[in-house]
Design a protein. Structure first.
Length: 318
C-alpha cells in the first residue's frame, strides 16, 4: 500500500487517487512488460521468488525515465494448472518489487488455461501506472552537446538477452545447479536469476534535485539502441567502455558464446542498467545523490555532435 491507494484486493478494479498522493496537475504514464525467457531458467532451476521483482522492475524503470513516479502495479499470472506454492513465491517477489519501487500492488489476474501451457509452465506480464507533474516531464529535449553521461551499475543481466544466454549454457553443456563459471560460489541458475535492479527511488531523488536532462533504461537493444531514444536529432553519445566495471557474467558470455563486443553492447546492458544524461555543472552533485541512494555510479561518457557517425560510439571497446 501507499498514499492514494484506496482499494482492497479482490474487486473488479483498483482505484488510485493522485490528489491524495500529492499531485496538482499530473499526467498519467503507463507501461507494460514481461520477464521473457528468463522464466525458462526460473522453471529449470526451480527458483521462483525473484522473477516477480524483475516483472516490476521492467515496468517501473520505464516509467521513471519519463520523470514519473510509479503509483500502482497489477500482474497477470497465467498457467495450465495452478501450483499454489510456485504462484505464492512469484507474487511475493512482485510485492517485494513494489516495495522497492514505492508503488501499490492493487490487483491482478491469475488465469488457469489447461492445454495452453505445458506442465509446470507459467507466464507473467506486468502493468504499472505512474504520474508526473505536467511541467516536470522528461523528454530529452534539454539534452545538449557537452552534457555528461552517468551510468548506474546493473545487478547483472537484468531481464534481456536470455534466449542467447540459454543457448550459450546449452552449447557449454552446463547444469543449472552447477557452480557458475563466472561466480563459483553460486549455482549457475541462481546467479543468472539475479533480479533486475529497480532505480525508481534513486532517480526520483536525483530528478527532484535538478540537472537531469534525460534517462535511458538499458533493456532490450542494449546500450547502442536505448540511449538514442532520448537524444535530440544531431546529437550522439560517446561512451568510454573502460570507465565502468562490467560484471563477470558478461565477459563469460562473450568468451563462451563467441559473441563480438558490438553484439554484446547491442544485446545486453553490459553493467550499465540506467544511463543518466546531466548538465555538466550538476554531474558531481548528482553523482553524490545517486551514491547516497545506494547506487554505484560511473561517469561513462559525454554528448557530442553526431555528424555522419552513429548515435552511440563506444570507445576502448577492445
Amino acid at each position: 500500500m501507499r498514499p492514494g491507494a484506496d482499494t482492497a484486493l479482490g474487486g473488479f478494479g483498483g482505484f488510485f487517487d493522485p490528489a491524495a498522493a500529492g499531485y496538482r496537475d499530473p499526467l498519467m504514464v503507463a507501461a507494460t512488460d514481461g520477464v521473457g525467457t528468463k522464466l525458462k531458467i526460473a522453471l529449470a532451476a526451480d527458483i521462483h521468488d525473484t522473477v516477480g521483482i524483475d516483472l516490476v522492475a521492467m515496468c517501473v524503470n520505464d516509467l521513471v525515465v519519463q520523470g514519473a513516479e510509479p503509483l500502482v502495479f497489477l500482474d497477470y499470472f497465467a498457467t495450465g494448472k495452478l501450483d499454489v506454492a510456485t504462484a505464492s513465491n512469484v507474487v511475493a517477489g512482485i510485492a517485494e518489487g513494489c516495495r522497492r519501487a514505492g508503488c501499490a500492488l492493487i490487483g491482478g489476474e491469475t488465469a488457469e488455461m489447461p492445454g495452453m501451457y505445458g506442465k509446470g509452465d507459467y507466464d507473467l506480464a506486468g502493468f504499472s501506472v505512474g504520474a508526473v507533474e505536467r511541467d516536470q516531464v522528461l523528454t530529452g529535449k534539454e539534452v545538449a552537446e557537452g552534457d555528461v553521461i552517468l551510468g548506474l551499475a546493473s545487478s547483472g543481466l537484468h531481464s534481456n538477452g536470455f534466449s542467447l544466454v540459454r543457448k550459450v549454457v546449452e552449447t557449454q553443456g552446463l547444469d543449472w545447479r552447477a557452480p557458475a563459471p563466472f561466480d563459483p560460489e553460486k549455482e549457475l541458475g541462481g546467479a543468472l536469476l539475479e533480479p533486475t535492479r529497480i532505480y525508481v527511488k534513486s532517480c526520483l531523488s536525483a530528478i527532484r534535485a535538478g540537472g537531469i536532462h534525460a534517462l535511458a533504461h538499458i533493456t532490450g537493444g542494449g546500450l547502442t539502441e536505448n540511449i538514442p531514444r532520448v537524444l535530440p536529432d544531431g546529437l550522439a553519445a560517446v561512451l568510454d567502455a573502460s570507465s565502468w566495471e562490467e560484471p563477470a557474467v558478461f565477459g563469460w558470455l562473450a568468451e563462451a558464446g563467441g559473441i563480438a563486443r558490438h553484439e554484446m553492447y547491442r544485446t545486453f546492458n553490459c553493467g550499465v542498467g540506467m544511463a543518466v544524461i546531466v548538465a555538466p555543472e550538476s554531474a558531481d552533485a548528482l553523482t553524490g545523490i545517486f551514491a547516497e541512494s545506494g547506487e554505484t555510479v560511473f561517469r561513462i561518457g559525454r554528448i557530442a555532435a553526431r555528424g555522419d557517425g552513429p548515435a552511440v560510439t563506444i570507445e576502448a571497446a577492445g
